[in-house]
Every structure is written in structure tokens, then in C-alpha cells.
Design a protein around this ligand. Structure first.
Ligand SMILES: Nc1nc2c(ncn2[C@@H]2O[C@H](COP(=O)(O)OP(=O)(O)OP(=O)(O)O)[C@@H](O)[C@H]2O)c(=O)[nH]1
Ligand SMILES: [Mg+2]
Length: 362
């Protein structure tokens, strides 16, 4: 049976109903990608989160009552919590056997499920250590205190130091291994460059159809799935551009999502390296998605974090097979500024137009 989940979202009082719905829909999708089953959603409007438990006291009592009655397995909070706050919540629900996660915990668990390469696994472990590290250290101290009773305060503090040192050294170790992988990839990139191929990096919000586009343009088989974060590592394929009578290399990569903490982007640095070093960016957008406007912004912001905002970018509205012609015309008008190309990756529609544009910019 699928684990039962309560979703909790704490939103600013001025959040619009559409935005609040979009936030929950996204969390719903994340939960189903993970393999959970949402039974209840709870929203609280608050100016500032509770500093101890993030969720306000009254709401928390209400959640606890429901959680116990419905025998849920997880409480997932759609925000980024401080380690203290998660720790306090975990402790409160520990006896009932209910796990409490924030959005990053959930994303990391999905990553862990989808990771196949050594690189992806290392990156996830690094991100986990950074996200969970402070909580693990705090739990260690608590255990020591319980075991030792009075007068172990000093000991507890020593223990936290040991824990922290252990986490730090593991972090160092992973970073070293990742450096090695990155070096190796850098070597390969140089080799490719020496062959004279130009490179274009496919980026976009998760589930926009990046992997499908790579497959349709290059015939390279990559995983295409109606799941968030189906792709975790970078894949490269070759596409022939008739106008130039030359080939260019295309790379697929991990999808972006809003409210990702910078540590996570940093942990995935080696995966994103193909994007950082590309000659051209292909920004894929799901044209059938009502939330495309803010998703475009999120992707552009991540690109900025990667110092890619000055790179030439082609905006590609994908999945037009799901739209009527007049809807495509409307989008073309609304997003005139981006001079986008409209394609259907899965139906291979307008891919030649896209190739011409690629040839033009490379
Ligand atoms: N109708 C339609 N569906 C598409 C098209 N392109 C992709 N899809 C579907 O959209 C879903 C996501 O496609 P992917 O290529 O895995 O998307 P992605 O951007 O690589 O996603 P992540 O790797 O998870 O970030 C899949 O179910 C695809 O079949 C398209 O042109 N039309
Ligand atoms: Mg993908």
C-alpha cells in the first residue's frame, strides 16, 4: 500500500488563490512521483512562520489530531524549514511513527530513487549531508544526554563535535570524488571541443519535455517519463544541421523547480557543468502548462545563478500537439519578446524550424 501523506503549506497572507493552488499541485505531483498518496491538504496563511515548529501551534494540534486519526505515514511541509524546526517536529511525531519532511527532504528522496550514476549518487549524498547534517548532529547530542543523565552536558557537546567532524570529513571525501569526476568530464569536453563541435544545452522546468526533445532530435535513447526529476545526470547526443552541413552536440540535464536552495544547485554542479560550458542554451517550456510564466522565470533565475544569463538562449514551447492553433497564436503573441519556436517533441513537429534556428545561432 502507498504511504499516506498529509500535505501542509504555509503561505504568505497575500498569496493569490491561483498561486496557492499551483504550489499544492506541484507538491502533489512530487508526492506521487515519490510514490505517496495524499489524503489531506492543509494550508495556513501566516506572516511569519513559528520559529520553533514552523507551523503555528493551533494548526499543529489540528494536524496531529488528523494524522493520528487517519494513521498517516508522512507529514510533508511545502516549505524550506530550518534544521531546528524540522528536528522539533520530528520529535513530536516520532512516537506515532510519523515522519516529517520538508520540500527538500522530499525532493532528495525522489532524487535518490532516480539516481543511477555514481556522480548523481554522490551529489545526492552531499546535498543530504548539508540538509540533514545539523539535524543528525542535534539528534546525536540528544541521545547522549538521555543516556548519560545529569552532568553530561559537556559530554553531549563533545559528541556533537564528533558528529559534526564526521559529517565534515564525509563531505570533504565526496567533494574530492566529485572533483575527480568533474576533471574527467572536463577532459572529455575539451576533446569534443577539439573536434570542432558546438554545444547546446537543453534546460527547463522539470517535466517540460527536455529528454523527449533530445531523443527526437538525436535519436539518442534517454529516459522520458511523466515524473518530476526523471533525469538526474547529463546525457549528450548529436544532431545534424543541414544548413551548416555540420553536427552540433546537445546535452540534456536535470530539470529545475522553484524554491530550490542554492546548496542543492551547488551540489549538482558537475551535472550542470554541461549547461555552464555550452555555446547556446535551449530553454524548453511546456506550452500546455498554465503555470508556464512563473516557471520560465524560475529557470531564468537558476541560469543566472549559474552565470549563464548572458548566453544566447532559444526559447522552445513544447507539446503544441496538445493545443489548438489559436492557442499557439495566442502564446506567440504573449511571448513575442522571447521570439520562441513552437514544437512538439513527441510528434516531431517543427523540429526542422528549430534546427534552422540552431544553425543560425551557432
Ligand atoms: N503531448 C506531448 N507530451 C510530451 C511532449 N514532449 C514530452 N512529453 C511528455 O512529457 C513528459 C515529460 O517528458 P520528459 O522528456 O521526461 O521531460 P523532462 O523535461 O526531461 O523531465 P525531467 O527529466 O523529469 O525534468 C513525458 O510524459 C513525455 O511523454 C510533446 O511534445 N507532446
Ligand atoms: Mg528528463
Amino acid at each position: 500500500m502507498l504511504p499516506k501523506v498529509i500535505l501542509v503549506d504555509i503561505i504568505a497572507p497575500d498569496t493569490t488563490p491561483e498561486d496557492s493552488l499551483a504550489r499544492l499541485t506541484e507538491l502533489d505531483r512530487l508526492v506521487s512521483t515519490y510514490g505517496g498518496f495524499v489524503i489531506i491538504r492543509k494550508i495556513q496563511r501566516r506572516q511569519l512562520p513559528n520559529y520553533k515548529t514552523f507551523v503555528g501551534k493551533g494548526k499543529l494540534d489540528e494536524i496531529e489530531e488528523t494524522a493520528l486519526k487517519e494513521k498517516v505515514d508522512f507529514i510533508i511541509i511545502n516549505n524550506l524549514l530550518k534544521p531546528e524546526q524540522l528536528y522539533n517536529l520530528e520529535k513530536r511525531f516520532e512516537k506515532a511513527g510519523i515522519k516529517v519532511w520538508d520540500k527538500i527532504d522530499l525532493i532528495l528522496e525522489i532524487f535518490a530513487k532516480h539516481a543511477t550514476t555514481k556522480e548523481a549518487k554522490l551529489q545526492i549524498e552531499l546535498a543530504k549531508l548539508r540538509h540533514l547534517g545539523p539535524r543528525i548532529a542535534k539528534m546525536g547530542t540528544e541521545l547522549m544526554r538521555q543516556a548519560g543523565g545529569i552532568g553530561t552536558r559537556g559530554k553531549g557537546e563533545t559528541n556533537i563535535e564528533i558528529m559534526k567532524r564526521h559529517i565534515r570529513s564525509r563531505e570533504q571525501h565526496i567533494k574530492k570524488q566529485l572533483k575527480k569526476i568533474e576533471k574527467n568530464q572536463e577532459g572529455q569536453r575539451k576533446k569534443r571541443r577539439n573536434t570542432g563541435f558546438k554545444t547546446a544545452a537543453i534546460v527547463g522546468y522539470t517535466n517540460a519535455g527536455k529528454s523527449q526533445l533530445l531523443t527526437s532530435l538525436t535519436n539518442k535513447k534517454v529516459k522520458v517519463k511523466d515524473e518530476l526529476f526523471a533525469t538526474l545526470d547529463s546525457r549528450i547526443g548529436k544532431v545534424y544541421l543541414p544548413e551548416k552541413n555540420a553536427c552540433c552536440l546537445l546535452s540534456d540535464t536535470i530539470g529545475f523547480i522553484r524554491n530550490l536552495p542554492p546548496e542543492l544547485v551547488e551540489a549538482f554542479h558537475s551535472t550542470l557543468a554541461e549547461t555552464i560550458h555550452a555555446d547556446l542554451i535551449l530553454h524548453v517550456i511546456d506550452a500546455d502548462d498554465l503555470d508556464m510564466e512563473w516557471k520560465i522565470k524560475v529557470v531564468d533565475e537558476v541560469l543566472k545563478k549559474l552565470n549563464c544569463e548572458t548566453k544566447k538562449t532559444i526559447y522552445i514551447f513544447n507539446k503544441i500537439d496538445l493545443l489548438k492553433d489559436v492557442q499557439v497564436d495566442e502564446l506567440a503573441e504573449d511571448f513575442k519578446k522571447l521570439s520562441p519556436v513552437f514544437v512538439s517533441a513527441s510528434e516531431k513537429k517543427n523540429l526542422n524550424e528549430l534546427k534552422s534556428k540552431l544553425a543560425l545561432h551557432l
